[in-house]
Design a protein around this ligand. Structure first.
Ligand SMILES: [Zn+2]
Length: 332
């Protein structure tokens, strides 16, 4: 009797795993839009390993292992410093972007907005941006394969006024060459967003769209300032929103970028099904799924959809419809 029940258990396990493989394959084949992806956390691991020194490879593997077990928000994101040390030239940046685009294409992504903060790798921030754009071009995106890749320039809440100004100038200069908007992220306890608001308002007046990381951490004091002044087209995460911000987002029907694995692994939420975006979805509010940092969280957009199905209870039909609608929420 006991061995019979073990066999039944094993058969169920195999059947479930086959079913998951089949569902994942169907999500891969679905044309998808990836609208929340940071370049620094998305370079394919094989690419970074191919250009990193031996000690950097070791450190990166340690970081990725640490993050996979769940990590404190601030500690986990120290990995970005290491990645910046590995991708330390325009040429490596260009090749990394190209590799990333090809990887996204393999996962069935047909439109991506790659977020990146401008850096100076030796030749100034404009050369950094040009290297990213060359990487997209070199990958064949929009030519030999279907993926369309656009750039969203990232600012931190703690970015200096000079950096904000430079970023907005370049976003405006390159808006016809692939830059589609501005992302604001970072810890609200660092920096004072009101001091750079005049620059951000200039970008808004010029027609640049915003997406803002909001509610990554509890007690963000600047939520209403950012919402009312910049009127973002989308909200990243939205896990810890104050009541007023929640009400604003509902009233404006602002879509939420839900990054399930990221939210669990940096301990924004304790479990996949506790993401507040799921309740918003059930109430009819627009949401869609994204990866945030596929390298850091060892995930793909198709795998995020599988988790939404298996761990959060969304049906395949609901997910297909969310994916289809997400193409309406691009910053373009
Ligand atoms: Zn993010």
């Amino acid at each position: 009797m006991k061995s019979a029940s073990i066999i039944v258990g094993l058969v169920c396990l195999i059947m479930n795993s086959l079913l998951a493989d089949e569902t994942l394959l169907s999500f891969k084949q679905l044309p998808k839009a990836e609208l929340h992806l940071h370049l620094g956390g998305s370079f394919p691991q094989e690419y970074l390993f191919s250009i990193a020194a031996a000690d950097q490879r070791e450190q990166l593997a340690c970081f990725l292992d640490l993050i996979s077990q769940g990590v404190d928000y601030h500690r986990g994101f120290q990995v970005f410093g290491l990645i910046a040390q590995i991708v330390n030239s325009e040429e490596k940046l260009q090749n990394g972007v190209s590799w990333l685009c090809r990887t996204l294409e393999e996962d069935g992504v047909q439109y991506v907005e790659i977020r990146t903060g401008l850096k100076d790798l030796g030749q100034g921030t404009e050369e950094y941006l040009k290297a990213v754009l060359r990487g997209i071009q070199e990958s064949g995106a929009g030519k030999s394969f279907k993926l369309k890749a656009k750039i969203v320039l990232s600012l931190q809440r703690s970015s200096s006024a000079a950096m904000v100004e430079d970023t907005i100038d370049l976003a405006l200069k390159y808006r016809d060459q692939g830059v589609v908007g501005i992302d604001i992220s970072g810890n609200s306890a660092l920096g004072q967003i009101d001091q750079v608001m005049p620059h951000l308002l200039r970008a808004k007046r010029e027609g640049l769209a915003f997406t803002i990381h909001l509610g990554e951490l509890p007690d963000e004091a600047d939520q209403m300032l950012l919402l009312t002044q910049l009127e973002p087209k989308r909200i990243g995460h939205g896990v810890h929103l104050c009541d007023e911000a929640k009400e604003w987002i509902l009233r404006h029907q602002t879509p939420l970028e839900v990054c399930l694995t990221s939210s669990v692994l940096v301990k924004m939420i304790a479990d996949y099904k506790l993401h507040p975006g799921l309740d918003l979805f059930r109430s009819g509010h627009p949401i869609f799924f994204c990866t945030d940092d596929p390298l850091l969280f060892s995930t793909t957009l198709s795998e995020e959809l599988l988790r939404a199905h298996q761990l959060c209870g969304l049906s395949i039909v609901e997910i297909e419809s969310l994916v289809k609608e997400s193409f309406n929420y691009t910053l373009q």
